[in-house]
Design a protein around this ligand. Structure first.
Ligand SMILES: C[S@@+](CC[C@H](N)C(=O)[O-])C[C@H]1O[C@@H](n2cnc3c(N)ncnc32)[C@H](O)[C@@H]1O
Length: 271
């Protein structure tokens, strides 16, 4: 796996995991977009749109007089996004790599948004600069991203396989050139790039035994299995033990896990 290779891949099972994760975070994301100033008629862009859940949410929120663009570096996600949208009136999906994006020279937006993408990027600063170029003067750059510090993956009662999943996932993010602690670094990064910045932090509890969210752990393991084996982070036997342990945990009523901390950073573009 080369540096910059996206570790979660694009298989159908990963797209399904993204959709479940998106529904868990939808109320928070909606509120975050409102806090960022999203209103009917606005122009918004969603960077690293994946399955397009936030792009679709924004399209609903801006209404027919607004316009929303979803951007991803992976054509398989863009094909999925185009396949499932019911109306193309105010929504478009574009192929682009945010680290070297030139989109900002063509069109500027009221809200420039990205979620769950920054900790995978090899160059966060270039991506922030590209997002700034995409924002209108006084427009909002809103980044929501995770921070995979050990304490933020809490499972109670304690569960060894859950800790193992965090360790292999963090190791893979680093191998892909990403930063598992990206979430906490966004605030300073936006200050350094001359934004007016606000930051917030959130970590939902996921109750085991309650589908679909209790499955997110083993689903993540499934998505990263090829890379785990390719890098020799686990043998097939070790992986299977972890995977089966995560399936058992998902059914264990009385246990809960907390999602890794999600930082929401809102920058107002002064330039
Ligand atoms: C974890 S997914 C998040 C998807 C979506 N934002 C969500 O919240 O469900 C990260 C997405 O970022 C995309 N991505 C990774 N590197 C990128 C880059 N350099 N430019 C644009 N998209 C990128 C991946 O292809 C993937 O679809």
């Amino acid at each position: 796996m080369a540096e910059g290779h996206y570790i979660l891949g694009n298989r159908d099972s990963e797209i399904a995991r993204l959709e479940i994760q998106a529904s868990l975070f939808e109320p928070l994301t909606k509120q975050t977009l409102l806090n960022a100033g999203l209103k009917k008629g606005m122009r918004c862009i969603d960077i690293g749109c994946g399955s397009g859940s936030v792009t679709r949410l924004m399209a609903k929120m801006v209404g027919e007089t607004g316009r929303v663009v979803g951007v991803d570096v992976d054509n398989r996600y863009l094909e999925y996004c185009n396949r499932i949208i019911t109306s193309r009136q105010n929504i478009e999906f574009i192929h682009d790599d945010i680290r070297k994006s030139q989109l900002g020279s063509k069109e500027r937006f009221d809200i420039v948004y990205s979620r769950f993408t920054f900790h995978h990027l090899t160059d966060k600063r270039e991506a922030v600069r590209a997002m700034k170029r995409l924002a209108k003067k006084n427009g909002s750059v809103m980044i929501q991203d995770l921070d995979h510090a050990p304490g933020s993956w809490l499972c109670y009662p304690e569960n060894k396989v859950f800790n193992t999943l965090r360790k292999v996932y963090v190791a893979l993010i680093k191998k892909g050139g990403g930063d598992p602690l990206a979430g906490r670094k966004l605030y300073k990064l936006l200050i350094e790039e001359s934004f007016n910045v606000n930051v917030d932090c959130y970590s939902p509890c996921i109750l085991m035994g309650q589908e679909p969210y209790s499955s997110l752990g083993w689903q993540l393991a499934e998505s990263i299995k090829p890379q785990i084996l390719e890098h020799g982070l686990q043998s097939e036997h070790e992986y299977t033990k972890m995977y089966e342990g995560l399936k058992k945990l998902a059914k264990d009523k009385g246990s809960f896990v907390t999602y890794s901390r999600l930082f929401s950073v809102l920058g107002k573009n002064r330039e």
